[in-house]
Design a binder for this molecule. Structure first.
Ligand SMILES: Cc1cc2nc3c(=O)[nH]c(=O)nc-3n(C[C@H](O)[C@H](O)[C@H](O)COP(=O)(O)OP(=O)(O)OC[C@H]3O[C@@H](n4cnc5c(N)ncnc54)[C@H](O)[C@@H]3O)c2cc1C
Length: 266
């Protein structure tokens, strides 16, 4: 008689490394037989659908120091890869400086899933709805490859993902909002297109952040990032350069909207 999913999961071995170095080396040496299991919410959908095999070894990162939680530094906010989406959603540190990420976490699945699902798992899946929000904020990913820590822009990783590494944390630089002053009025928008009653990746998810100088009526910053299951769009690079300094009513939307729509429909 065929084994149930639970029986097959129970026949796997769970390994709990104590350091990121150990975790990355295990992942590399057990290639093809081991997987990092964070919240397991996305992996489980693959196992249930039969689109991925249950690995013989499940690597649990929960014991790694500093991999869970949100901390403030002088330069930015650091979010551990194992931080649950529910914690990100409730964080006032994130809400105050990076509101699109709060909105993205709010939009993902139901509360019971968000209690398990991690920000790291959402990113490494490469189809997660947190990605466009993080791209807007020029997020930096911090990895361990078994030898050393490595930092790279999320946008660069999406262009060229590398396997066999452990995502330790995401860094959101405060420099992103440095140009804002009391004359600036901030606008943010987050929108998903896709059916999610049962999980299927969104067709497209859009995140927009910008601020308008109320004394001149010109955009100080305007960033739009799109992502979707069919194709990653790690940036609509010209969104900021074509809007910055243009007046809202005169030039901005005639220039921006057709490009935005073209990107969506392509
Ligand atoms: C009912 C339901 C609804 C959902 N709705 C949404 C939705 O609306 N939007 C959305 O984006 N997602 C959705 N999901 C998918 C999933 O819940 C999220 O993407 C979640 O954030 C994945 O995180 P996780 O911790 O569960 O990842 P896991 O399933 O544990 O892992 C996902 C992948 O990331 C890898 N990984 C995880 N952490 C690390 C790390 N630190 N270093 C290296 N690799 C790592 C794993 O090996 C695996 O390949 C839904 C899932 C379900 C079941």
């Amino acid at each position: 008689m065929a084994m149930s999913l639970q029986e097959r999961e129970h026949s796997s071995f769970v390994i709990q490394p104590a350091t990121a170095e150990e975790a990355a080396k295990l992942l590399q040496s057990l290639e093809g037989e081991a997987a990092i299991v964070a919240g397991g919410t996305l992996l489980r959908t693959h196992w249930e659908a039969g689109t991925a095999a249950i690995p013989r070894y499940m690597i649990d990162l929960g014991g790694l120091p500093g991999i869970t939680g949100i901390t403030n530094s002088d330069s930015g906010l650091m979010i551990g890869a194992m931080t649950p989406l529910s914690v990100c959603r409730a964080s006032s540190l994130i809400q105050n400086a990076f509101p699109l990420l709060t909105e993205a976490c709010r939009s993902i699945a139901a509360p019971s899933i968000r209690n398990l699902a991690t920000l790291g798992g959402n990113i490494v899946s490469a189809i997660g709805d947190a990605i466009p929000a993080l791209l807007v904020y020029e997020a930096v990913l911090c990895w361990h490859d078994g030898m050393q820590e490595q930092r790279e822009l999320l946008a660069d990783w999406l262009r060229q993902p590398r396997k066999g590494r452990i995502l330790l944390r995401v860094e959101l630089p405060f420099s992103y909002t440095e140009e804002m002053n009391s004359n600036m009025k901030r606008f943010t928008a987050f929108h998903k297109i896709g059916r999610r009653e049962a999980f299927t990746p969104s067709v497209v998810t859009a995140a927009v952040d910008g601020w308008l100088d109320t004394s001149t009526g010109c955009w100080g910053k305007f960033a739009l990032r799109l992502a979707g299951a069919k194709r990653q769009r790690p940036g609509w690079k010209r969104s900021n350069s074509c809007c910055r300094g243009t007046r809202l009513e005169q030039h901005c939307f005639p220039k921006c909207t057709p490009k935005f729509c073209m990107n969506l429909s392509r």
